[in-house]
Design a protein around this ligand. Sequence first.
Ligand code: AMP
Length: 282
Amino acid sequence: MRIFKEIKTIQNWCKEQKLQGKSIGLVPTMGYLHDGHLSLVREAKKHCDIVVVSIFVNPIQFGAGEDFEVYPRDFERDTGLLEEEKVDAVFAPSNNEMYNPDSSTFVEVTGEITGKLCGASRPGHFRGVTTVCTKLFNICLPDKAFFGQKDAQQVMVLEKMVRELNFPLDIIRVPIVREADGLAMSSRNVYLDPEARQQALILNEALSEAEEAIKNGERDTARLKNKLREIIASSPLAEIDYAEIYDAYDLADVEKADRKIIMALAVRFGKTRLIDNRLVEV
Ligand code: AMP
């Protein structure tokens, strides 16, 4: 497995792979890898000749007062796991390598799709994500890039960017990987103390109950949102950032769950903010 820290070197290596007729799959991550990340890697291995995983805690997608400084990092462990998965290359640049001090170019998707949910709670977050992914696409030249449904709004925003800016690549969505008890895997789960970890199960439970209600004929999204909020509020440590239901394609408002919808949650347990979501089609 090759480990690259410099943009020029990996970009040249990727160009060579392409000249040899090999397809490239890119899995962008911020490291501290778990089985959710590895499911993206396994999917990439199925689709592409060469798999590149990037590990970069992207400073420009964190807001002031967020967890950039303390975000968990373990490069040795991550590269060990990727070696076991037979990944071809890891790209792990420094902040200075990715951003010159005078960098002033950003890629931004505007409108409802970035104005709601995490876009509203974390101003500038998606601009950071679309900018770093544009750079990673230009550096690693992927034919396909793999993203988790766990970060549902992120993958929707990236699909829109790729469509509208004609990037020559496909975005592949990979389903949410959960712990045995239903908690969506996340690098941030390590922040949870045992009590919060137990109470965090309420996210998946609330989504399952609301999904069940839809399957049983409930269509009114206002009532469904109330149901989500009531269930989550039964966990004393949970502080709801949002519990919303939108159109699954563009995050348009929906009064009735009569098409493909997304139920999206962001909930704080102490300082730890967790997100989860469920797509439902009737
Ligand atoms: P992160 O390192 O948190 O930026 O995540 C890197 C990629 O892994 C993103 O595309 C995430 O959506 C994806 N991912 C994170 N957690 C999960 C999970 N539990 N299931 C599936 N994909 C995930």
